[in-house]
Design a protein. Structure first.
Length: 61
């Protein structure tokens, strides 16, 4: 996941990792591995690995 264009500046639009439970839809808000809370409408779901990754998500803070 990452912020949609226009929600934050381009330098903050890094790709974050989330834990996905078996569901048919995403909840109204998710918390990334680095602790960032993203709400529906603010974030876009990425179909593939792309963009600059969040380093904190990668190391599992």
């Amino acid at each position: 996941m990452r912020y949609r264009p226009g929600v934050v500046g381009e330098t903050r639009r890094v790709s974050h990792l989330i834990v996905v439970e078996e569901q048919h839809h995403l909840p109204h808000a998710v918390v990334t591995r680095c602790g960032l809370r993203m709400r529906q409408g603010e974030a876009e779901v990425l179909d593939t690995v792309c963009g600059m990754p969040c380093e904190r998500c990668l190391i599992g803070c």
